[in-house]
Design a protein around this ligand. Structure first.
Ligand SMILES: [Zn+2]
Ligand SMILES: [Zn+2]
Length: 163
């Protein structure tokens, strides 16, 4: 299940599309993100992280990023890096998953709950603005989304939900 927004600036007609899925990550999206991270597609920081932390995990949630310099808005992945709190010697958690889970897998899906319970934040992904190179921060749900041009709050035009 997810929901999407189309946001519009009341002044200049700037449009921004966002899809939200707070607190929920798809196993497939997670795997894909980790694969990209390990291959270096997402930058050297995150590749180095996985080289140094084989048991590391990342937050593959979709988020809205806002440039702290120019205010540009981008829709992307959170990518905060996590390391396990305690080395798990036994994998008793395994039984929780459905019996059909394939054994041979190089990437293990880490759910949002696993991150909260068993992992601790290692570093935030250094999101950079494509337009100006400035630092981007992750907007949370309560933040106003401002038009990059006029700095006025965008209006939510359409709110779509699906499952
Ligand atoms: Zn505007
Ligand atoms: Zn920028």
């Amino acid at each position: 299940m997810g929901s999407g927004y189309t946001m519009r600036c009341p002044k200049c007609n700037y449009k921004f599309h966002a899809i939200t899925g707070i607190g929920f990550m798809f196993p497939k999206a997670y795997e894909e993100t980790v694969r990209k991270a390990k291959s270096g597609e997402l930058g050297t920081e995150i590749r180095t992280f996985f080289q140094e932390h084989e048991d590391g995990a990342i937050n593959a949630e979709n988020v809205t990023l806002c440039c702290t310099k120019c205010g540009d808005l981008v829709y992307g992945k959170d990518l905060t890096m996590y390391v396990p709190k305690n080395k798990k010697s036994d994998k008793k958690e395994k039984g929780r998953k459905s019996d059909a889970a394939p054994k041979k897998k190089d990437i293990e899906y880490v759910s949002w709950m696993d991150l909260e319970e068993n992992y601790t934040e290692f570093a935030k992904y250094p999101h950079k603005c494509e337009k100006c190179g400035g630092d981007m921060r992750i907007l949370d749900e309560n933040d106003d989304v401002l038009c990059p041009n006029c700095k006025v709050p965008l209006e939510v035009k359409e709110h779509i939900m699906w499952d």
